[in-house]
Design a protein around this ligand. Structure first.
Ligand code: NDP
Length: 326
């Protein structure tokens, strides 16, 4: 038997409760994992609250990521005792996820836990942090360097944002952090932000082209904020767009793209190929200072997750939340 957070849907609506389940209830897969921790991501907030139809079948164990130890495997790459990490692949959406003491998944979805991290540290990074690194890698792939000029991170006090700020600052970039919570200014500066910008200055419709400010951007907001960020990119600037915390829309013009040669690089962590995942985790091991990771992490138990889900959607969670399930 194992404990799991289970989302179910009946005619009366959606329910979320911790339940004791038998191993027989686990979904198909060639690797079974004793989960040590998962983490709370924005998408988990959507799934647990039902605010958006993220969950594609019920009952569902949420948790789009986890870290744990293989207990059984018929996959050639994994054996009992191996420490593994999973991010995405529809886990916690269409396949039972990490907010349970046991998970059964396809071995192809797993990557080895990098030796630099404990399971808790890996989930302090979690899908948000791994996505932040995918964004940094996209900026680099498109030629952005610290010498190119300042870079901007939106949703800076959230999960993706805090890790992006810490990594980019460590790499030597001048990081401008956009936040709706100016009360987090000192925290963001402690992570390495050189400047903290009030999100309100980017939330109203702006000009197709604004003053050139940034050579690179990591955007978790989407919507008007993303449009204004694109308009304020320097010539040949690069925007890595990964989120929709401020909206799904994109009320922009093509002006930044055709007049300044700006690149909009889309970032998807869910179906990213294994090579990209391994590269991102390897770079996190070298480029994310551990004292910053500790500073931006809160740890909770399974029983606290349901109450935190609305808070992450409301932008009230600072940094990352590790969910200890073991
Ligand atoms: P968090 O909730 O931790 O952070 C989001 C942050 O966005 C908030 O903390 C807040 O930061 C800011 N924010 C909140 N409301 C608004 C708003 N109305 N307009 C602009 N900014 C706002 O979530 P995550 O960091 O985990 O995820 C961020 C986004 O990235 C989500 O949309 C998520 O779905 C997406 N994502 C996408 C992935 C992918 O594969 N493409 C993978 C992981 C995440 P502040 O208070 O500092 O402004």
């Amino acid at each position: 038997m194992f404990q799991a957070l289970l989302i179910d849907k009946t005619d009366a609506g959606q329910t979320v409760a911790i339940q004791s389940l038998h191993d027989d209830a686990l979904p198909d897969g060639d690797v079974t994992v004793d989960v040590a921790c998962s983490s709370l991501n924005y998408k988990d907030g959507l799934a647990i609250t039902g605010a958006s139809p993220v969950v594609r079948k019920f009952p569902m164990v949420p948790g789009i990521d986890f870290c744990g130890t293989v207990s059984a495997s018929s996959h050639p790459d994994f054996a009992p005792g191996d420490a593994v990490v999973l991010n995405g692949w529809g886990v916690g959406e269409g396949h039972w996820g990490g907010m349970a003491q046991r998970a059964r998944v396809k071995g192809d979805w797993l990557v080895p836990l990098p030796s630099a991290f404990t399971p808790e540290q890996a989930m302090a990074i979690g899908t948000a942090g791994y996505t932040a690194m995918l964004c940094v890698l996209a900026l680099e792939r498109h030629g952005v360097t610290p010498a190119s000029g300042p870079v901007v991170v939106t949703g800076a006090a959230g999960g993706v944002g805090t890790v992006a700020v810490a990594v980019l600052a460590h790499l030597g970039y001048e990081v401008h952090a956009v936040t709706g919570r100016l009360s987090e200014t000192e925290f963001l500066k402690s992570l390495g932000a050189a400047e903290v910008i009030d999100r309100a200055t980017l939330s109203a419709p702006g000009k197709p082209l604004a003053k050139e400010r940034w050579a690179g951007a990591v955007d978790v907001a989407g919507g008007q904020v993303l449009a204004n960020v694109c308009a304020a990119m320097k010539y040949r600037g690069v925007v890595a767009a990964c989120g929709l915390a401020g909206g799904m829309g994109f009320p922009a013009t093509v002006a930044p793209f055709i007049l300044r040669g700006v690149t909009l690089a889309g970032i998807d962590s869910v179906m990213a190929p294994k090579a990209d995942r391994l590269q991102a985790w390897a770079r996190l091991a070298t480029d994310l200072p551990m004292h910053h990771l500790q500073a931006l992490t809160t740890t909770v138990g399974l029983s606290e997750v349901a109450a935190l889900a609305p808070a992450i959607l409301a932008g009230q969670v600072r940094g990352r939340v590790v969910v200890k399930v073991a």
